[in-house]
Write a protein of this length. Structure first.
Length: 330
């Protein structure tokens, strides 16, 4: 119990330091951006027609004349008190904007994460059990192909085939156009999220499938599996009782560690499908120089990614206590 608490405590401290580092890097990148927030959001023509007093008020609103260190320290102080500031583009609290966009992305991200994990586990087990045969070669070829395919290209291809040509799914957005918010059903949201979730799921299968395949091969070549076969157990029993049981925990652990891939892929997928989620909000904030919103989104998504990695580390520690004890001694 002591080693487990030490292990978790060190991971939480490291997570807090990483979040601080991520916020600093994001702030510095935004400060180094060549985009002028006034020209980007107001326009050169409109800006040229304004009086000096109006331009000065806009500069004060966007924090153009405020020193960078002062802006960051002010944001950090407010953040430590639970206030992420106000979005300069949406004119709403950052937490409110993130909550609205995250509500749209949750269904998409969870569906893609769960489906990619299940499909990757099934394909990995099948490839490992049929090593060297045509299903194994087919699965490996698929994984290598899909891992080298850009996510946005696959999203455009699916959009063209299933939405434009076949008309099975909506072209974009998260709800039907022209329908009141209280009239939107859960089925409508699922239908709009299905194609983006399918795109994210397919791109997230490769790593877990290939990793599970290697683990499955190691298990099937072990001494206890050889003994089980010598006792007369069928091949199906060996795969389900010994193979699947031993590869499930590593596969689940790897799946928690792959949260960053799902979130990173959602940024491109949401842009292609015009899905108003957290990824699209991050792109809008970056292009619009909305520093409070971009910092808030970056910190929140980084916390989700680090939490997934923390769960993966804890699962590794549960599977092999030597990992937990070794990390606690460092």
């Amino acid at each position: 119990m002591k080693h487990r608490l030490q292990f978790t405590g060190k991971k939480l401290i490291r997570m807090a330091l990483l979040l601080l580092g991520v916020s600093i890097v994001t702030f510095l990148l935004m400060c180094a951006s060549p985009l002028d927030p006034l020209q980007t959001n107001v326009g050169q023509v409109a800006l040229g027609s304004m009086s000096p007093e109006q331009v000065a008020r806009l500069e004060a609103y966007w924090g153009v004349d405020t020193p960078a260190v002062q802006r960051y320290l002010g944001w950090l102080g407010d953040f430590l008190h639970g206030d992420m500031g106000t979005s300069l583009l949406y004119r709403q609290p950052v937490l409110t904007v993130i909550g609205q966009r995250l509500a749209n992305s949750v269904l998409l991200l969870i569906a893609a994460w769960v489906f990619s994990g299940i499909l990757g586990l099934i394909l990995g087990v099948a490839a490992g059990a049929l090593r060297g045969k045509w299903p194994d070669r087919l699965i490996r070829g698929y994984c290598l192909l899909i891992s080298s395919t850009p996510t946005f290209w696959l999203a455009i291809l699916f959009l063209l085939i299933f939405s434009v040509w076949l008309g099975w799914f909506p072209v974009g957005l998260s709800v039907p156009v022209g329908v009141a918010a209280d009239a939107v059903t859960f089925a409508d949201r699922v239908r709009h999220a299905a194609l983006p979730a399918l795109t994210l799921s397919i791109t997230g299968v490769a790593n877990i499938a290939l990793h599970t395949r290697e683990k499955m091969i190691d298990v099937l070549e072990s001494d206890y599996v050889l003994f089980a076969r010598a006792r007369g157990e069928s091949e199906a029993s060996v795969i389900l009782r010994h193979g699947l049981r031993n590869v499930s925990l590593p596969a689940i652990t790897l799946q928690f560690a792959s949260v960053s891939e799902i979130i990173g892929g959602s940024v491109l997928v949401e842009q292609v499908f015009s899905y108003p989620g957290l990824g699209q909000a991050a792109v809008t904030a970056g292009l619009g120089s909305d520093l409070p919103l971009l910092l808030g989104i970056t910190v929140i998504t980084s916390a989700i990614v680090f939490a997934g990695n923390l769960i993966a580390d804890l699962l590794y520690g549960a599977a092999d206590p030597r990992i937990r004890r070794g990390a606690a001694r460092k």
